[in-house]
Ligand binder design. Structure first.
Ligand SMILES: Cc1ncc(COP(=O)(O)O)c(C=O)c1O
Length: 406
């Protein structure tokens, strides 16, 4: 049985031929493959007198003149979310909206991938700590075991231990999904596409590889500044690989964390499995509208300008941290909108997790500035993760750290 509802024409536009041994139907959970997706009359008819969906003909219970009046909020959203999907697809250079899935933040994408491709109580995912916490939280919710292959953390490198990842995949056929985070959270470090490709090409690995690129625009911008830059996003691999899913979000570079809009880019059969499985109207009309505004030419230009401004602030913050004697190294590749900095036990000393916790708590409880204490994460002893703020916010952070680490 094949995946229901796949757009064959869209598939033909970029027919992924790698890896040779990969068969999607063997990875989709059997109940999901057999699923009859929910259908509504609106899938077929969007115009006319609409008495099909038990909506409220009197309109939304809101005072007239609301900013959202034109959005017909008394109607269910357009299930195809055409404009937002089309714009995201174009931005990332894919040939058809059938390569793009929209979710309620990438957190929904992360959860849905596990629900579609890993059987509860039987299958596993593989993660590379230190990494984003939601991969294992979703796995726990879905009763899926987690295999961990740590990143190489020496000297704050935070790179994939590719031979160990491949060995784990070959040793355990229950692993169905690998989650790689690039640039990583909390590592802030880009994974070279070459390493990602090696994982995708792992002989005999029948499952999927998810590359979570929540912070990719910060890395891509940095890369674009260098001459002769190589691509940094794994979206370029979607053209070739049938087993890759790239997750992105409008929460970071686009500054729309409140909208909750996540994306997944993959070959159309994978996107179709996810569309068949998601709740029918997961993306609200306001979210789809705001996403599509932000993905317009003007929105993209603003995103790029904001990214540049944040990268400039990140350099400033890093230079200021270097002048604080008891602040240690900024670890990792520094490819995202945060820095991961060590707190030392004394000027020029060693990373001190107790002191990092103390500084974190003092700043949050008594000085009104909240960063993230990551000192218990693998390879992050003594580390605080500081999101890049506005110039004033960063100045305040620098002043507080200078004082508390004196
Ligand atoms: C690596 C990574 N992936 C995904 C997310 C979640 O993003 P969203 O807001 O799209 O759910 C985050 C949020 O911090 C993140 O750091």
């Amino acid at each position: 049985m094949g995946v229901q509802g796949v757009n064959a024409q869209a598939c033909a536009l970029a027919r992924a031929h790698k890896p040779e041994h990969f068969v999607l139907e063997r990875v989709v959970r059997p109940n999901i493959l057999a699923l009859q997706p929910y259908r509504c009359a609106r899938d077929d008819f969007q115009e006319g007198v609409l008495l099909d969906a038990n909506e409220n003909a009197m309109g939304p219970a809101m005072a007239p003149g609301s900013a959202y009046e034109e959005l017909d909020l008394h109607r269910y959203p357009d299930p195809s979310l055409y404009e937002a999907r089309e714009r995201a697809t174009k931005l990332r250079g894919l040939p058809h909206p059938a390569y793009t899935f929209l979710g309620v933040g990438s957190d929904e994408v992360i959860d849905l991938i596990q629900r579609c491709f890993a059987r509860p109580g039987q299958d596993k995912i593989l993660i590379c700590p230190p990494t984003y916490g939601m991969y294992s939280v979703s796995a726990n919710i879905n009763d899926i075991d987690v295999v961990e292959v740590p990143l190489i953390t020496e000297n704050g490198a935070f790179q994939l231990d590719t031979p160990r990842v491949q060995a784990a995949l070959r040793a355990d056929p229950a692993i169905r999904v690998v989650f790689l985070c690039s640039p990583g959270n909390p590592t802030g470090t880009l994974l070279p596409l070459h390493d990602v490709q090696q994982v995708l090409d792992t002989p005999d690995y029948a499952g999927l590889v998810v590359v979570d690129e929540a912070y990719i625009d910060f890395a891509a911008e940095k890369q674009a500044l260098k001459h002769g830059a190589e691509p940094v996003s794994a979206v370029s691999l979607v053209h070739e690989y049938a087993n890759v899913i790239v997750a992105q979000t409008l929460s970071k570079s686009f500054g729309l964390a409140g909208v909750r809009l996540g994306l997944a880019f993959a070959q159309p059969p994978i996107v179709q499995v996810m569309n068949n499985t998601k709740a029918p109207y997961n993306i609200s009309s306001p979210a789809a509208y705001l996403a599509s505004q932000s993905l317009s030419d003007d929105g993209i230009a603003r995103m790029r300008a904001n990214v540049q401004a944040l990268l400039h602030q990140r350099d400033r913050l890093q230079q200021a941290l270097a002048k604080i004697p008891a602040a240690g190294a900024v670890l990792g590749g520094n490819d995202a909108n945060f820095v991961l900095v060590q707190v030392l036990d004394r000027p020029g000393g060693v990373p001190d997790s107790q002191r990092a916790k103390h500084v974190y708590e003092t700043m949050a409880r008594h000085r009104g500035l909240v960063v993230r204490n990551r000192s218990s994460e693998l390879g992050c002893a003594g580390c605080l993760r500081i999101t890049i703020g506005t110039a004033q916010e960063n100045d305040l952070c620098i002043a507080l750290l200078t004082e508390l680490l004196a």
